[in-house]
Design a protein around this ligand. Structure first.
Ligand code: C2E
Ligand code: MG
Ligand code: MG
Length: 472
């Protein structure tokens, strides 16, 4: 009996201990389960965050920018102006300093976007590319708003010596109703039109851009073959001394014998390849072609006159410009002072210090320099006196304002002033686009040194030029 009692009590104690253990274990299991659930929830949250945000700046990314304003890709509606931009020469920050500084710049831009009250939603898209949508109430003075925004973002604290310049494409809200990725492509297309250095460009998308860009890409693809098949031609237009009618030089002007079917003048292809590096390929090809021509004339013992070659703005701002030009000309062993490079005033809009530096280097290595189309661009006399120019070409618009068909009664005194100033700066003046004798006579009276224009000759093929001006 006693044994049974003891066993029962022992069993009861065991049962109690077991129950107690069960309770503790269950509690622990429930707690663990809860913790796991919490962890899972947190992990999900962090995964979501990582999916929606860029790890460097913490900025929302392209897809989540649209989620924020509740637009699914299927909706095909974007009733907001979209801005897409990048930082010009961003890689310099990584190269000059290090990646940490590069990241700091990205964070600075990201913070500036977050602070801007005209922005509805934004994203860091990739690398140094950002996008944002504009609140509709700011659409009215959009350009000014954007200019102010980019200006305020120009200096990164601590790195003020390297201001930020932006390339910005804008698609206005009247383009809504198009798939959002297409809108982005349109904005990027406008953005790609920004090719200048050291200035912020804000470019609004318009329908012609697409066609121009596609055309530019097609011509860029066609160029290498066009070079190989000698479809890119150099025409030469003489520069004449009006006092005696002698030739003093010529300008090389590009023509494209497109697929051997039709001769295109520059306006049919240069505006399109200016948007991509086709223009660099063209400019360098013309330099090479002119040098090749000089070697033929040297071999044939024909007289040599300096040839001027147009340099596009894009070419001028190419880092390796001077070395590349010297290497082409030296390959043909041509005297540098037989080559004159024509630059346009508009190049000075971007970065005049840089332009002057490049000009000085070109001059140091012995090339001649000329300012083309003078009067159509900057026309700052201050700037001119700092430029190491040999020649100044008075634009056709001034020449049109003198002579029997003059469009402007003040024309002559303006031309007189320009010629006087050119003389004062010890440069040579060349008047462009001279078509009749009355214009030539006035130009001579004003003291203009040389004349280029249909009055003497249209641009000629090399063969015509040789026959007319080099052989006797
Ligand atoms: P530009 O350098 O100012 O060249 C002068 C332009 O005026 C030439 O047009 C020439 O044919 C034209 N012209 C000359 N005299 C007269 C005249 O008496 N009356 C009229 N109406 N026109 C005259 P073109 O050959 O069509 O060249 C146009 C522009 O294309 C050039 O203007 C130059 O800016 C650019 N260009 C031409 N070849 C090249 C090149 O190889 N590289 C670059 N970057 N640009 C080039
Ligand atoms: Mg020219
Ligand atoms: Mg010109």
């Amino acid at each position: 009996m006693l044994i049974i009692l003891i066993i029962t009590i022992a069993l009861l104690i065991l049962a109690c201990v077991f129950m107690l253990w069960m309770r503790v274990s269950l509690k622990r299991i429930i707690k663990d389960l809860r913790t796991n659930e919490e962890l899972l929830r947190q992990e999900n949250k962090s995964l979501r965050y990582r999916l929606d945000h860029d790890p460097i700046t913490g900025h929302t990314n392209w897809l989540s920018m649209f989620d924020r304003i509740g637009h699914s890709p299927e909706e095909r509606i974007l009733p907001y102006t979209l801005v897409h931009f990048d930082i010009k020469e961003f890689k310099m920050f990584n190269e000059l300093y290090d990646h940490k500084v590069g990241n700091l710049v990205l964070c600075f831009v990201s913070e500036s976007i977050m602070k801007a009250d005209f922005i509805l939603a934004s994203a860091r898209c990739h690398n140094d590319n950002f996008a944002f949508m504009v609140k509709p109430e700011y659409d009215e003075n959009l350009k000014e708003t954007l200019e102010k925004f980019f200006e305020e973002m120009k200096y990164v604290p601590g790195y003020e010596e390297r201001p930020l310049y932006f390339r910005c494409g804008v698609v206005e809200k009247n383009f809504s109703g198009i798939a959002r990725d297409t809108i982005a492509d349109m904005a990027k297309m406008a953005q790609a039109m920004g090719t200048k250095k050291n200035c912020t460009e804000i470019i609004f998308y318009d329908e012609t851009m697409k066609e121009d860009l596609l055309k530019g890409e097609k011509l860029l693809n066609d160029l290498p073959e066009a070079f190989m098949r000698d479809e890119i031609l150099v025409y030469l237009q003489p520069k004449i001394d009006p006092k005696n009618g002698d030739i003093v030089g010529a300008e090389a002007l590009a023509r494209w014998n497109y697929h051997g079917k039709e001769i295109w003048t520059p306006n049919r292809f240069i505006p399109y390849i200016e948007k991509n590096n086709g223009i660099n390929m063209l400019d360098e090809y013309i330099v090479e072609r002119v040098c090749r021509q000089f070697t033929c004339w040297i071999d044939q013992k024909l007289p040599l006159h300096p040839i001027s070659i147009n340099l596009s703005q894009r070419e001028i701002y190419k880092e390796s410009l001077v070395d590349d030009l010297v290497s082409i000309v030296d390959r043909y062993k041509i005297d540098h002072d037989l080559i004159e490079f024509e630059l346009t005033e508009t190049a000075a809009y971007e970065d005049k210090e840089y332009l002057i530096r490049v000009m000085r280097r070109l001059k140091e290595v012995g090339f001649r320099l000329s300012m083309d189309d003078f009067g159509t661009g900057y026309s700052s006399f201050n700037l001119l006196k700092d430029m190491p120019l040999n020649t100044l070409k008075i634009d056709k618009s001034f020449v049109d304002s003198i002579g029997v068909n003059a469009s402007d009664s003040k024309g002559q005194s303006i031309v007189e002033d320009i010629v006087r100033m050119v003389k004062h700066l010890s440069m040579i003046s060349v008047a462009e686009g001279v078509e009749d004798e009355s214009q030539r006579d006035i130009l001579m009276k004003c003291g203009c040194d040389y004349i280029q224009g249909y009055l003497y000759s249209k641009p000629l093929t090399i063969e015509e030029f040789e026959n007319k001006y080099l052989t006797t």
